[in-house]
Structures are given as structure tokens and as C-alpha cells.
Design a protein around this ligand. Structure first.
Ligand code: ACO
Length: 406
């Protein structure tokens, strides 16, 4: 699917642009270094560093999930945007590691935010997922259908890794990044996007899960499981590498053309953080300096759908983006899928208000209480309903005994 957002106009005469007005990230505290990994599988810090650029990654603690990390990142993004949760129309979570098949991780986060007017859904496009999700939200905003969306990329890859497979477990980490997208008459924001898929490469990397059977379907089946473990990630690293280096240059160039820009206009490229060698190859294919690419995979490894928004947050914190700068996001991964997007950075920032911050904190406490109360009430009613028929039976027995009926 190729879409050019510059041509989209809302129902009214004024065009609406979808701007990123808030951003936030959350990673677990627990750090796993390459040396820690060398205690688990036959590998070394030197091999991992040279072949990938990764030095360490974050691993979720026992009580951390994709939803808890995503919620933290989203709340931080709301703080930056300084908006109240009730103004959110849509919550989208790009993830390959949802806490449940359903409820969606987005619904859990929607409840935690107390975004009571919002629709919520998860989006599955592996490491390209966050760019896909931003485009879905941006188009809804540009069409005038909604005003504000929270788009999150969140993963707990550590829960789907085969910790005996040194070809995959060294690459991934856990984390979440989020942005708030908002409609504005000021030109800029999301300018163009190229979203692509090639399902013939569905066997290159994946996670066999609920519903996977060891059967080759007629039209859409994958090759048989080939010994891959259920709920554990498998990957053909070499094929993924070749695919990634091919599609990054192509799709970035296409997205720039659609935005009437060239690579020389771009101030920063934020790629999916998979492997430093892939990023360097992409720089060569686009004939640009490697410094044009934001890179933080040494600290977090590959956090799949979360990697681009996490890198975006760190780029903003490092002052690498200024108002009006064209920035490019490019993701690639399982599916196979890939996606490039051009954004003109910077909508007028709201004044951060302490009062709203306190109101948000109160709203979150209320949301926590409301969820617990709702669950407690349902449990209570179930227990009462279980007891009631029993009481009825005993009443009837007593009645019969009183009337000396058989
Ligand atoms: N430590 C030490 N040796 C290793 C390790 C390891 N962790 N892993 C593999 N090796 C060995 C192999 O067994 C092989 O040994 P051999 O020559 O004796 O057979 C040798 O190292 C070379 O193996 P390759 O697989 O050819 O290594 P390569 O240089 O291709 O690097 C890697 C492997 C890092 C996985 C690389 O292919 C890669 O990064 N691919 C892209 C992965 C990626 O980006 N995935 C994410 C996509 S996004 C998503 O949707 C999830």
C-alpha cells in the first residue's frame, strides 16, 4: 500500500496535518550485557559487538509486561504533549509480543490511561509495526475522523526468545516508545509513507503461536514448522540481513520523492535498530554519511516495534531534531514487511502545565481504582450467583420438610 498524505484533505476547507506533539519511552531497569549472554550460550562480547554493534539490552522483570512498559511510555508522551487522557480518540499498539491475543494490549493501556473516549487496537507488522501504526493514525487525523491518537511500539521480546539459540537471543531486548499525534492546521507533520509487505518471505522469521499447525496450506500456508518451537522466535539471519539492506534504500527514496524532498534535505534518519552493519549498508546505498542515522542499538539491542520510537525519544533528548527538520523513519521485519515515512518535525509545543500534570496523575489513580473495582464487582457477583441457586435449593428442601412432603 502506498499513500501520499499530502493529497488528503478533510471534509472542511482547511487542511489538517498530523503532528507528533508528545513522545515518551520506557525500558526495564534490568540490563543484560554481552558477557552475561556468554554465560548462557556459546558466544562472546567481541563476536556480538563486531557482527551487530549491540553491547547490552534491557530485560523485563517479573511484573513488567508489554502493556506496563507501553503504558509508562504513553503517560510520558502525554506529559510532553500536556494533554488530558479524555481527549484521546485512538490508542494503537504495534507489537509482536502482546500480553494476550485479546484483550489487545492497546485496550489494557487505554484503561490505564483512562482514555475513556478512545478506540483501541493492536497492529501486527513486526518491526515495521510502529511506522504502519503512525500512518494509520495520521490518516485518520488528516481525514478529520479523529483529532488525537496515541501510537505505541512495545515489546517484551525476552519472553519469545529461544535462549538456547545464539543466532537470535543475542539480538533482542525489551522496551516501549510512544508518541501523541494531533491534528493541526499548521503545515508539516506526517508528509508521506510507503508501507509494503512480501508474504512469500513469511518463513524467514516468525513466532509460531496460537493456531499454528504443522501443515502446508494450499495458497497461504508456510512451509512446515521445520522443528521451530511454538511461541519462540526463529530467524534466518542471513536472509533477513539481505532483505533489510535491499529495502531500506529503496523505500526511503520512494517516501522522499512522494514528499517532494531529496536525501540532501533530510536532517535525521531513524531506522529500526536491528544491526549496525545493516544501518551502515543502508548509508552506503543512500550515499550518505553514517552520522545521518540515529543509532542506539548498542544500549537496547533490537526492541522490534519499539526500536524506532525509543530512538526518536533519545534523538529529541539529544537535540538532534529542530522545528521544521525533515526526519525519516524506516522499519523492516517479519512478514516480510517494511515501511518508510517522512515527517516534518515540530508543531508549536504546548506550555507544560503543572495543574494538568496533577490532574493526569489523579486520573491515572482513578483509572487504577475503577479497573480494580470493576473486576472485584464482577467476581463478587459471580460468587453471589453461585451461592444463590444453592440457597434456593436449600430453601425448597426446608419448605418440603416443613410441609412434610416426600
Ligand atoms: N556467537 C558466536 N558465533 C555465532 C553466533 C553468536 N551469537 N551466532 C552465529 N554464530 C556463528 C555461526 O554459527 C557461524 O559459524 P560457522 O561459520 O562456523 O557456521 C558464524 O558465526 C557466522 O554466522 P552467520 O549467521 O553467517 O553470521 P552473520 O555475520 O550473518 O551474523 C546475524 C548473524 C547477526 C544474526 C546477522 O545475520 C543479522 O543481524 N541478521 C539480521 C537480523 C535482523 O535484523 N533481525 C531482525 C529483523 S526485525 C524483526 O522483525 C524481528
Amino acid at each position: 500500500m502506498v499513500t501520499n498524505n499530502r493529497g488528503v484533505s478533510p471534509a472542511g476547507p482547511a487542511r489538517i496535518y498530523a503532528h507528533i506533539v508528545g513522545w515518551g519511552m520506557a525500558v526495564p531497569d534490568q540490563i543484560m550485557t554481552n558477557d552475561d549472554l556468554a554465560l548462557l550460550v556459546d558466544t562472546t562480547d567481541e563476536w556480538i559487538t563486531q557482527r551487530t554493534g549491540i553491547k547490552q539490552r534491557r530485560i523485563a522483570g517479573e511484573t513488567e509486561t508489554t502493556a506496563t512498559l507501553g503504558l509508562k511510555a504513553a503517560r510520558r508522551a502525554l506529559d510532553v504533549a500536556d494533554i488530558m487522557p479524555e481527549t484521546i480518540d485512538m490508542v494503537v499498539v504495534a507489537t509482536s509480543t502482546p500480553d494476550h491475543i485479546f484483550p489487545s494490549t492497546a485496550s489494557l493501556i487505554q484503561a490505564g490511561l483512562a482514555a475513556n473516549r478512545a478506540g483501541a487496537f493492536d497492529l501486527s507488522a513486526a518491526c515495521s509495526g510502529w511506522v504502519y501504526a503512525v500512518q494509520m493514525a495520521a490518516q485518520a487525523i488528516q481525514s478529520g475522523a479523529i483529532k488525537t491518537a496515541v501510537v505505541i511500539g512495545a515489546e517484551t521480546m525476552s519472553r519469545v526468545l529461544d535462549w538456547q539459540d545464539r543466532g537470535t537471543c543475542i539480538l533482542f531486548g525489551d522496551g516501549a516508545g510512544a508518541v501523541v499525534l494531533q491534528g493541526s492546521p499548521n503545515p508539516g507533520g506526517v508528509l508521506s509513507a510507503v508501507l509494503r509487505s512480501d508474504g512469500t518471505g513469511g518463513d524467514v522469521l516468525g513466532i509460531p503461536s496460537v493456531g499454528t499447525i504443522d501443515y502446508v496450506g494450499d495458497d497461504v500456508g508456510l512451509p512446515e514448522l521445520n522443528g521451530h518451537k511454538f511461541s519462540k522466535m526463529h530467524m534466518n539471519g542471513g536472509e533477513t540481513f539481505k532483505f533489510a539492506t535491499r529495502v531500506i534504500g529503496e523505500s526511503v527514496t520512494q517516501a522522499l520523492e512522494m514528499a517532494n524532498l531529496t536525501i540532501r534535505d533530510v536532517k535525521l534518519i531513524i531506522p529500526h535498530q536491528a544491526n549496525l552493519r545493516i544501518i551502515n549498508a543502508a548509508a552506503r546505498s543512500l550515499k550518505v554519511d553514517e552520522g545521518l542515522f540515529m543509532c542506539n542499538l548498542d544500549k537496547y539491542g533490537n526492541t522490534s516495534a519499539a526500536s524506532i520510537p525509543i530512538a526518536l525519544v533519545e534523538a529529541v533528548e539529544q537535540g538532534r531534531l529542530k522545528q521544521g527538520d525533515p526526519v525519516v523513519f524506516v522499519g523492516f521485519g517479519g512478514g516480510l514487511t517494511w515501511a518508510s515515512m517522512v515527517v516534518r518535525w515540530g508543531a508549536p509545543m504546548p506550555e507544560a502545565g503543572a495543574f494538568k500534570k496533577q490532574r493526569r496523575a489523579l486520573t491515572y489513580s482513578w483509572a487504577r481504582f475503577r479497573s480494580r473495582f470493576a473486576r472485584w464487582t464482577r467476581q463478587f457477583n459471580q460468587t453471589v450467583n453461585r451461592v444463590r441457586p444453592e440457597q434456593g435449593r436449600i430453601e425448597r428442601l426446608r419448605h418440603r420438610i416443613d410441609r412434610k412432603l416426600p
